[in-house]
Design a protein around this ligand. Structure first.
Ligand code: SF4
Length: 346
């Protein structure tokens, strides 16, 4: 009965997963609970490998007890005594003093939460890649369907949620959830991680936190690599998508510096499992590296880059390869086309 109460509390709070995909939490919990497998695990995703996203780090630093409480609530809900905590190895190094007592406390209460450390990377947080790593296999995504939650760990289905989601679960259980989410703001006058109403738009988030710039600017929202790029005039209607990060850039930031930032990241992070992403990310990087040498970018080059990233979007097997088009295309449409090219640094 207690499990049903928690599920209905989660449904009433309209809790969404905070790993980036915003999947309804109640729906996921119900699906795993109803699965006929006799054994199930809970998995906490603490990989947080995208640049400019620091919310899970902030939560684990300040409220680690709530995260563990959320994990244990999920274990009770599923009727399991075993969970896995996949954690960014750098975070563990920094936060070990606060986390170790909580692992011990859980073990003393007969909840076995296994710590698995992962090399910090974007792909490490992808569900299939994360579960493969826990199984001791290469950190590479799985072909879907079936859902990685069902193929799970060595065939045992898993209830997989991100750090912030487990934090939210603890608040919902305690009746103190206030419809907020954590937002990382980078390169503002008052940068940091802030708890804001989850429905706030990007403009309001910048104003409410003392980060609205006094110069012409654009932002990248939802992640410092895969996030959408928006001109300052678009922010009043813009929701906080993805992992709810906002990075501020002066409008006249050098074009090739921006392109290089994104293309280098995707080329370095591609795990190499599928050709469209493996080869496409290399080609885009090569074109941009050449443009930097020549200090030149024209419409032909733009269209070439966008075509490669567009075909990666259609044929890559996971979100990484599918996402390179997002910053490139939105920067091109929302910022680059509006720039005064006679007065713009390449
Ligand atoms: S899209 Fe990229 S990261 Fe994802 S599986 Fe393919 S090569 Fe690996």
């Amino acid at each position: 009965m207690a499990e049903l109460n928690l599920l209905s509390q989660i449904a009433q709070a309209k809790l969404l997963g905070r790993g980036g995909a915003a999947f309804p939490v109640a729906k996921k919990w119900h699906r795993i609970k109803e699965h006929p497998a006799p054994k199930k695990y809970v998995v906490c995703n603490g990989s947080e490998g995208e640049p400019d996203v620091k919310k899970d780090w902030h939560i684990l630093l300040n409220y680690p007890d709530r995260v563990f409480q959320g994990i244990i609530l999920a274990m009770n809900f599923l009727g399991t005594k075993e969970a896995f905590f996949y954690l960014n190895a750098d975070y563990y190094q920094q936060l070990q003093a606060g986390l170790d007592p909580l692992f011990k406390q859980a073990a003393a209460a007969a909840y076995q939460i296994n710590l698995v450390l992962g090399k910090p990377s974007y792909i490490g947080g992808e569900a299939g890649a994360l579960l493969n790593t826990i199984e001791g296999k290469p950190t590479q995504p799985r072909i879907k369907p079936p859902s990685p939650s069902i193929t799970g760990i060595n065939g045992v289905p898993v209830l997989l949620q991100n750090v912030e989601t487990f934090y939210d679960i603890a608040l919902v259980y305690a009746g103190t959830y206030q419809n907020q989410r954590f937002v990382t703001i980078n390169q503002g006058q008052n940068e940091g991680v802030f708890a804001l109403n989850r429905d706030v738009n990007v403009e309001q988030a910048l104003k409410d936190t003392g980060n609205y710039p006094d110069f012409a600017f654009f932002v990248q929202v939802g992640g410092g690599a895969s996030g959408v790029v928006l001109h300052q005039e678009q922010l009043a209607e813009a929701p906080l998508t993805g992992c709810a990060s906002i990075t501020i850039y002066p409008i006249n930031s050098a074009v090739l510096d921006m392109l290089s930032l994104w293309s280098n990241f995707f080329a370095a992070e591609s795990c190499g499992k599928c050709a469209p992403c493996r080869e496409g990310s290399k080609q885009v990087k090569k074109l941009i590296d050449q443009a930097i040498i020549e200090q030149k970018i024209d419409e032909t080059l733009w269209q070439k880059i966008l075509a490669i990233a567009g075909s990666m979007e259609k044929s890559s097997i996971c979100g990484l390869g599918q996402a390179l088009i997002v910053p490139l295309k939105t920067y091109y449409q929302n910022v680059y086309l509006k720039l005064d090219k006679s007065n713009q640094a390449l």
